[in-house]
Design a protein around this ligand. Sequence first.
Ligand code: SF4
Length: 233
Amino acid sequence: MTARPRPAAPDLSSVASDDAPAIVRAALDHFGRRITLSCSFGGAGGMVLLDLAVRHRAEVDVFVLDTDFLFPDTYKLIDRVESRYNIRVRRAKSHLTPDEQALQFGEALWSREPNRCCDLRKVQPMARAVENFDAWITAIRRDQASTRSGTDVLSFDESFGIWKVCPLAYWPESRVEAYVAEHDLPMNPLLFEGYTSIGCTHCTRKPTSDDPRSGRWVGLGKTECGLHMRPKT
Ligand code: SF4
């Protein structure tokens, strides 16, 4: 990615670190059209942020990393959200179709080299999805995983060269659930079938422990896709 001057950061000094609505508003106001919202359509947090963002700016930019391997329920949810909010969700996809990936790297790359698969289908598409923006909003929270326990509300994301805004960093799961109930937000049906963290079909199982992300990349020694921390390759 070509280096460019670091954009100015929003001043969040008067905003409480757990005041997600105010953080979203401040970020949208500061960055204008140069901020985008990443939504996985898997968890509840993304739906909360999407709702907060659209309430403040109806035409906010939203994208999903469409790996081509999302669950049918996830694709259906994207359609439902587009209808409910009258928005168009950008699909950020790999340059390689699944067939092209299999030809180039072999069948079931996710089972042999999941970091390479995530790089091809998530990290590279993400870099392209945000290249014309100064900031991205993401729903990660401190209580989701030990790898996320140090999440800041605002940080400069060196990987993508833009600001990273995490309005839910200090929200516990109960607060997310309360917002969802209060606003009757559409949710991924898999969350009601026992899944607690939802990504690609190949790498998502029901949780194997109290860790809500324990169903991701089971047996592969991997806990993150590389968007929030770069795995060793
Ligand atoms: S989560 Fe699995 S299938 Fe999806 S991009 Fe990563 S390794 Fe590939």
